[in-house]
Design a protein around this ligand. Sequence first.
Ligand code: SAH
Length: 392
Amino acid sequence: MKSIILKPKKEESILRHHPWVFSGAIASLPDNLEEGELVRVISSDNRILGIGHFQIGSIAVRLLQFGDADLPEDFFRKRLESAFRLRKTLELIRPDNNCYRLVHGEGDFLPGLVIDIYGDTAVVQAHSPGMHFERMKIADALTQLPEARIRNVYYKSETTLPFKARLDPQNDYLIGHFDGNIAIENGLRFNIDWLRGQKTGFFVDQRENRALLEKYAKDRNVLNMFCYTGGFSVYALRGGAKTVDSVDSSAKAAALTDANVELNFSDDKRHHTYATDAFKYLAEMENDKYDLIILDPPAFAKHRSALKNGLIGYRKLNAKAFEKIKSGGVLFTFSCSQVVTREMFRLAVFTAASQSGRKVRILHQLTQPADHPIDISHPEGEYLKGLVLYVE
Ligand code: SAH
């Protein structure tokens, strides 16, 4: 195996088990190192720090293992077993819940890999060339996990792998085939479109926040903004909402929402879907129409360079909701931008509240669920932030 040598002092974060080696930390790279190859990382004073996948870009190595040992032959089997053991501890695998995140990248010590489970199908996303090359090994290990009962493995990395690596990944089944796509979350059924949908087809990360919303829904008029598959809408209907309006600019998302409402509450007259822009809908809607609003937009700041505009976006969006929500209303507001910290998000929402002149109290501070764990050595793994607010 080839080795990468670091500049002096650049081993410090790795000794604290941070799994990334930035390109600027590298003193010398071996010749002919290919993207996705396994490399050993060595400190300037010749200590072996670990083994990881090499990649061209700002993050040059994603470490899979620390220390001087070789990677064991059954590396993926062991890591996947440990990930599965955690999900069992979390009691996410039940007759009334068969969708969960099995692997959350660095949070499961598998940087560059995401795996969501929908019943007996695993949807695998590689974010690094190294994981792309290991995909068959990963798929085999998944179907061999005792108790997990995974029969089909769908690989979906066309949009997550670095474009420049020219890997030409094809979205396809690595093992098994399509045999139904209905998953169950907390007793509610969802059509998961892993073939055409965003991410792996569903935002598994909002499960607990949707369950909290259900408790607030009774007798309320609900607006689910940025509804995608209608997750929050279906929980609101089960929670006894008076009306639920779902809004998404994508007609495909609106259709997915309709299908999921239909699947759980056939012909329910309380629900309506609108395929339109969020800002337009908020600007045109009457005051006091809703007393429960969910704002779960796509990441407004995908990179650090977009941070300032992203924060302005969060402020404007929330200001509109504060302006229009009925007195005594509850607002569930989220940011999934990794570069927006909890404090920044709260400040943007606070500024919006203060501009609207409404009296606002924080009822809950929300985050990503436990099947999206954060490695304590890798704080970058935290991304989802939410506030539940009571608007006087
Ligand atoms: N709340 C959803 C996830 C939201 S993902 C859930 O629980 O599953 C973000 C959604 O916002 C996407 O479906 C996308 O189509 C939609 N979207 C993006 N920009 C929008 C805009 N300007 N107006 C309305 N919807 C938008």
